[in-house]
Write a protein that binds this ligand. Structure first.
Ligand SMILES: [Zn+2]
Length: 157
């Protein structure tokens, strides 16, 4: 339960948790753990510890700090949800998804290669309709030019 006193103090979740006075802008944890992220902070502190987090925040590239915080929050939340496996089920799920999309990409590339081998690309892109009338206009399988109709049209002229 959040006390009204804590809300009005403006302390970050880390300083509230440690019962210290927050230094606001100078507090190393304040930008990443505002007062409303107390549960994420508790999960992160259980897994990594306050000293390790502040030490890492001091040593890493400032541009990478938010990525680091996001990473440890995700890992700590996964570990809080599943204390035995942590983020392994999520990684496995993402690997399966990646393999599925790789296989789908392979199928699409094979189809593309097949279509390219059956219907070579014209050198002049403005002549696409002249070279691919059956595919482009009818959206059906290309069986070649209907020689009987062409001959009949030629005879009519
Ligand atoms: Zn603070």
């Amino acid at each position: 339960m959040v006390r009204t006193n804590d809300r009005s103090s403006g302390a970050c979740a880390a300083c509230k948790h440690r019962r210290m006075k927050c230094r606001g802008v100078q507090c190393p944890m304040a930008p990443y753990f505002p007062a409303n992220k107390s549960q994420e902070l508790i999960n992160v502190l259980k897994l990594f510890g306050f000293k390790n987090i502040t030490k890492t925040l001091r040593t890493i590239n400032p541009l990478k700090k938010q990525d680091y915080i996001n990473s440890i929050i995700d890992e700590a939340n996964a570990r809080a949800f599943d204390p035995v496996c942590g983020c392994i089920p999520l990684i496995s799920s993402l690997n399966e998804e990646l393999n599925f999309f790789k296989a789908e990409l392979d199928r699409v590339l094979q189809q593309l290669a097949m279509y390219k081998s059956h219907y070579p690309c014209p050198t002049n892109t403005h002549d696409v309709n002249m070279n691919y009338p059956a595919i482009v206009q009818n959206n059906q399988e290309f069986v070649g030019v209907d020689q009987e109709n062409v001959g009949a049209a030629d005879l009519g002229n």
